[in-house]
Design a protein around this ligand. Structure first.
Ligand code: GLC
Length: 466
């Protein structure tokens, strides 16, 4: 029997384009699903995607998208990678940009139209090739669920995943016409949101199933504290809301055969050499002090305010700190100012996959003081590399880290964070206990196996309803 077909839609997919965790999930989840479903992945072919490197070629298919009397030329491209077929949608307005969505502080002014075009092109793709399921991710592909409900020729069922509720794709209501959405959807049960248009609402309202990336976040988003104004709307649709925790690609994040490492290892003892090499790489002296790392986007969500506020005090303790990331300019400035006056803080701007692997391998502790965290992947990667995470107990951090695996602090405050750091230093002094935890973390299963099965169950459930 041939497998059922699934189209996985995302605005970013690693390694082609990445701004955050969505790209990692869009890389690894489809691979984990491919045993059960025939999976295609589709994303925009941004101009910075390296067509040559990935052997991305035209498929000589023209998709027809015409919105508000304007014709948008769409070209379909494709490539094969890791046993999966990837499809790429190219339209000049959508794709010819320096960034995916704009600068971190502010998206491009025409993002509604750009992603409106993308969603319509995906709808066209669903008429060109029949898929049983379409899996949509975040606001950038949420409209597809509405477009296929409207189109009676399409039988595809949809599942919509919220990776981060704070980004909803909210635009002036005037964009509706230009993106070919009828005004009849502009009401509280549809896309209307405080007088504006909200793309995320389309996914929640019209998809057959809605998921988010951890069980705790699925509960949190029903409350005013985490609901970003959609708590009422989500509560109304809560009978189709599910929490499924993310996994990581255990082949890509595998300390025992990771090419980025100086010396791959399969037990916590093997970290020593990697720590030595990394400290040398950043110009630090070899040290018995614990190494704390922070890797991630410099945004409010990731707890940058708390990190910055606490850094000078942490740096005054017996430890080294290494930070890698990029994001809002205000955080770059302050971090640099602090790093300049503390010789045990190393700061690297940018995003460097291979360096991040070396940091995980070298680190003793990972700092993750996020204000909120739908799932979080870095704590999973850190544990896989035998590091001990120090996390704020929210969302996916709460679901994946407990006392046996790391240090969880309950209040996102300077005093709680500091207490957790002091606790970490004490734990580190008790070398046998520290090693036991780190070793236990290396042995935990953070692969997609269990969670992919949960998605398959949901896909099958909505297919049965056809
Ligand atoms: C977003 C969330 C993060 C999650 C990722 C993948 O980046 O902020 O918590 O792990 O999406 O789902």
């Amino acid at each position: 029997m041939s497998k059922a077909t699934l189209l996985f839609v995302a605005s970013e997919v690693f390694p082609f384009a990445k701004s955050g965790g969505l790209a990692d999930v869009a890389h690894s989840l489809p691979r984990a699903l491919s045993g059960e479903y025939e999976v295609n992945v589709v994303m925009p072919l941004y101009s910075f995607v390296d067509r040559e490197k990935y052997n991305i070629t035209t498929m000589d298919v023209a998709l027809n998208v015409s919105l508000d009397g304007v014709n948008y030329k769409i070209e379909l491209y494709g490539c094969e990678s890791g046993g999966l077929d990837y499809l790429f949608i190219y339209n000049s307005l959508l794709c010819d940009r320096e960034f995916l969505y704009g600068l971190p502080e502010r998206g491009y002014n025409d993002n509604a139209l750009r992603f409106g075009i993308f969603n319509h092109a995906v709808r066209e793709l669903l008429t060109y090739k029949k898929y049983e399921i379409v899996h949509l991710n975040d606001w950038q592909s949420a409209l597809v669920s509405l477009l296929i409900k409207e189109d009676k020729t399409i039988q595809t069922k949809s599942l919509f995943t919220i990776h981060n509720l704070a980004y909803q794709g909210v635009f002036d209501k005037e964009v509706l016409e230009s993106i070919g959405i009828s005004k009849e959807y502009f009401n509280v049960n549809g896309l209307e949101f405080y007088g504006k248009v909200n793309f995320m609402k389309a996914g929640i309202a019209y998809a057959d199933i809605v998921t988010t990336v951890s069980q705790t976040y699925a509960k949190e988003i029903l409350t005013p504290e985490f609901g970003c104004g959609l708590e009422g709307f989500l509560s109304y649709h809560s009978n189709k809301l599910n929490g499924i925790v993310n996994g990581i690609d255990s082949k890509h994040f595998s300390p025992s055969d990771d090419k980025a490492l100086v010396k791959p290892y399969d037990s916590v003892r093997g970290k020593k050499l990697n720590k030595k090499a990394y400290l040398k790489e950043i110009g630090f002296k070899e040290s018995k002090k614990p190494l704390f790392i922070f890797i991630g986007r410099f945004t409010w969500q990731k707890g940058l305010d708390l990190l910055i506020e606490s850094l000078p005090e942490i740096a005054s303790l017996q430890c080294n700190i290494a930070i890698l990331g990029e994001g809002e300019a205000r955080y770059h400035h302050t971090l640099k100012e602090i790093a300049d006056v503390h010789n045990n803080i190393h700061l690297d701007f940018g995003y460097d996959e291979s360096k991040s692997h070396r940091m995980y391998a070298a680190s003793d502790f990972l700092l993750m003081p996020s204000v909120y965290e739908p799932c979080g992947l870095n704590q999973l990667i850190a544990m896989r590399y035998g590091s001990v995470p120090i996390v704020h107990g929210v969302g996916g951090l709460k679901d994946t880290v407990d006392k046996k695996r790391g240090i969880v602090f309950l209040h996102q405050s300077k005093s709680s964070f500091k207490k957790a750091i002091v606790q970490a230093l004490k734990l580190y002094e008790n070398s046998s206990r520290y090693k036991k935890i780190a070793q236990h973390n290396m042995r935990c299963d953070f692969s997609w196996d269990k969670s992919a099965k949960k998605y398959v169950k949901l896909y099958n459930k909505i297919r049965e309803k056809i």
